[in-house]
Design a protein around this ligand. Structure first.
Ligand code: ADE
Ligand code: ZN
Length: 474
């Protein structure tokens, strides 16, 4: 509902230029030129509509690729949701790679989850096979999946599944670090945010045409819809595209068209948030902001992401002031790998409305009281935090402690293609690891609506739907 109806497409003359390793449809130069006559919208390479029948794509639960049982356990929601019927007692099958030996850390793992890792990893026959008694988790899994909710923290570039990465790499002539989906996934083991960002920005290079952005966004929206999302607020990183010569207009147009189509076809409303990369200069952020100005009716807000440590929010104080004056709403990643002080800085200097992650709020009681008092939302991303070693295991994740302290905590997926779990899998992982009750899950879902930028009428409607859903499933 945040998105206006698409304006009439304006024909854009798109030159094909070869830039670096890829072939880019767009303009040569700094890539920031907005090639549109009315300054508002463009039609770049039209998406191939014939390939986009929603009925043909079903969001399938993704098996985990982690090589440790602890991580697989944390992600098990991704499997449990939509898993085999309760009466069936499947075999728990876990494979180990030589370089990442499987460690079954907990014997309860086998009893708890019905998991087969092999299909995703495409490995040779398993090295560990166990019978798994099947407890009744179906009710909670269905509750988590079906409860109406919003996703407020997802980077569209982080939804690029290896299969699409390879397809787009081939289509656009971009060389990749991996030759098969299995090989790509095998590299998704990160020792921290910086390590992850290296692969993430490498992956982004396959995105070139508006059609690419359209397909990427459409695939994400179908998965989010299957996970019970009724509304999403999606990040994109314009500098990672324009710095390669892809025009801003191409990126925004491809994403926007997918969001508009999803609202019409799936009933998923949406907002678009443009992130500044904090590991690039404030001057670069200002250029991105000025480029975005004509798209103010399409881009709801701005955010701050990328490598956090050593790049405090205060460096972007002026950028955010100009953005606010231009009418953009504001969020910022803070307290993911950086300290609690970065959260305070983001609030005081950037004057953001939400904090993305905010994990380190757990270190500062005064800050917690402020976040609770002012009801500043935290868009937390449990599986991301696990994969990037922000938390050693989900049982130690501060989400429930902060929820119990009265903070407006929400659950989100961040970069689900890299962290092995979309929205419902993130809910399921923390539900299990932290023993969340149905009331906790419902509170998280409600928070996702009240923390969103939806107009109050739609918030009220979705909150009523949550209440009705909870009552009907009691
Ligand atoms: N960009 C994509 N994912 C991110 C994350 N988890 N933290 C900061 N920047 C990001
Ligand atoms: Zn993020």
């Amino acid at each position: 509902m945040l998105l206006p109806a698409p304006p009439d497409a304006v024909e854009l003359v798109v030159a094909t230029v070869v830039v670096g390793r890829g072939v880019f449809g767009g303009r040569a130069g700094d890539g920031l030129a907005v090639g549109c006559a009315d300054g508002a919208s463009v039609a770049a390479t039209p998406p191939d509509e014939s390939a986009l029948d929603p009925a043909l794509v079903v969001a399938d639960p993704q098996p985990p690729s982690s090589t440790t049982a602890a991580k697989a356990m944390a992600r098990a929601g991704a499997f449990r949701i939509g898993a085999s019927p309760r009466s069936v007692v499947p075999r728990l099958t876990v494979s180990a790679r030589r370089s990442f030996p499987m460690v079954l850390r907990s014997s309860s793992f086998a009893a708890y989850h019905r998991v087969t890792m092999e299909p995703r990893l495409g490995r040779s026959p398993s090295t560990v096979t166990q019978e798994a008694p099947v407890p009744d988790h179906t009710a909670m899994d269905a509750f988590i999946r079906d409860i109406p909710k919003a996703e407020l923290h997802v980077h569209i570039e982080g939804t690029l599944e290896p299969e699409m990465l390879l397809e787009l790499g081939e289509r656009n002539g971009v060389e990749l670090h991996c030759a098969s989906a299995e090989e790509c996934r095998a590299a998704y083991h990160f020792n921290g945010l910086q390590h992850f960002l290296g692969l993430y920005y490498a992956g982004v290079e396959v995105l070139v045409t508006a059609r690419d952005y359209y397909e990427l966004t459409t695939a994400y929206l179908r998965r989010a819809h299957a996970d019970g999302a009724r509304h999403v607020e999606v990040f994109f990183d314009p500098q990672s595209h324009t710095s390669r010569g892809v025009p801003f207009a191409v990126v925004v147009e491809g994403i926007r068209r997918a969001l508009v189509d999803a609202e019409r076809q799936l009933g998923v409303s949406s907002g678009l948030i443009m992130c500044f990369q904090r590991d690039r200069s404030p001057a670069s952020a200002i250029i991105a902001l000025e480029t975005a100005r004509p798209y103010r009716h399409i881009i709801a807000g701005v955010g701050l992401d990328s490598a956090e440590v050593g790049h405090p929010p205060r460096e972007f104080e002026d950028v955010f002031r100009v953005a606010r004056e231009a009418g953009f709403r504001t969020v910022a990643h803070a307290g993911e790998e950086g300290p609690a002080e970065y959260i305070t800085e983001a609030l005081d200097l950037l004057k953001v409305e939400r904090i993305d992650h905010g994990v380190r709020a757990i270190d500062d009681r005064t800050l917690q009281r402020r976040l609770a008092r002012e009801q500043i939302p935290l868009t937390m991303c449990p599986l991301s935090n696990l994969e990037l070693q922000v938390t050693p295991d989900l049982a130690q994740h501060p989400l429930k402690r902060l929820l119990d302290a009265g903070l407006r905590v929400t659950v989100n997926s961040d970069d689900p293609a890299y962290f092995d779990g979309y929205l419902a899998a993130n809910y399921a992982a923390v539900q299990h690891a932290l023993g969340l009750t149905r009331a906790d899950v419902a509170a998280l879902a409600r928070n996702s609506i009240t923390a969103s930028w939806l107009p109050s009428a739609r918030q009220t409607k979705l909150l009523a739907e949550i209440d009705a859903f909870v009552a009907a499933t009691s």
